[in-house]
Ligand binder design. Structure first.
Ligand code: PLP
Length: 158
């Protein structure tokens, strides 16, 4: 059991930050620590998602009708902003990829990106204490990597 967080315990910047999250303001007694699994959304994100779904919900980079064009533009603009946020100095040639989550992101790395940099005899070492999100993708890519002589080892952590 944690003690309830009250406004008095917090700095003004912390209060301002919490105030952006409706779910947090509705449950002021809770401290949410599961952001790696699901991030809570601030009002700005909730508003943007609502606006997107009610004005231009369509597939990006696949259609030629106005909603699809608008979605493509939004995705590309977001890609650039994320690249700039991460320090990319040439954001329009950035390599920002959006995936559904950590597991899928690591699947893309293990299967599609990293093999190009590996050589016969290389080893990928994964601590068995890691979250499944960082174990499953490597085990799934094991056979593919073995074809180029790369071995995946899941090692016990002391
Ligand atoms: C600690 C931690 N890391 C990573 C993940 C990855 O989740 P996902 O692949 O669903 O993004 C989770 C999901 O529960 C998690 O709890």
């Amino acid at each position: 059991m944690t003690a309830p967080v009250t406004g008095d315990d917090l700095h003004p910047w912390q209060q301002a930050l919490r105030a952006q999250f409706p779910i947090v303001t509705q449950h002021p007694e809770l401290a949410y620590l599961d952001s790696a699994a699901t991030a809570q959304k601030p009002q700005a994100v909730l508003d943007t998602v609502q606006s997107y779904l009610t004005t231009s919900n369509a597939n990006a980079a696949r259609g030629t009708y106005p909603w699809a064009n608008r979605t493509t533009e939004l995705v590309e603009r977001t890609r650039e902003r994320v690249a700039r946020f991460l320090g990319d100095t040439e954001p329009d040639r950035s390599a920002v990829h959006f995936t559904s989550g950590t597991t899928e992101g690591l699947r893309v790395i293990a299967r599609d990106w990293l093999p190009g940099f590996l050589r016969d005899g290389d080893e990928i070492v994964v601590p068995d204490a890691d979250h499944q999100a960082n174990i499953t993708p490597w085990l799934e890519a094991q056979q593919l990597l073995a074809r180029q002589g790369v071995h995946v080892r899941v090692v016990p952590m002391p």
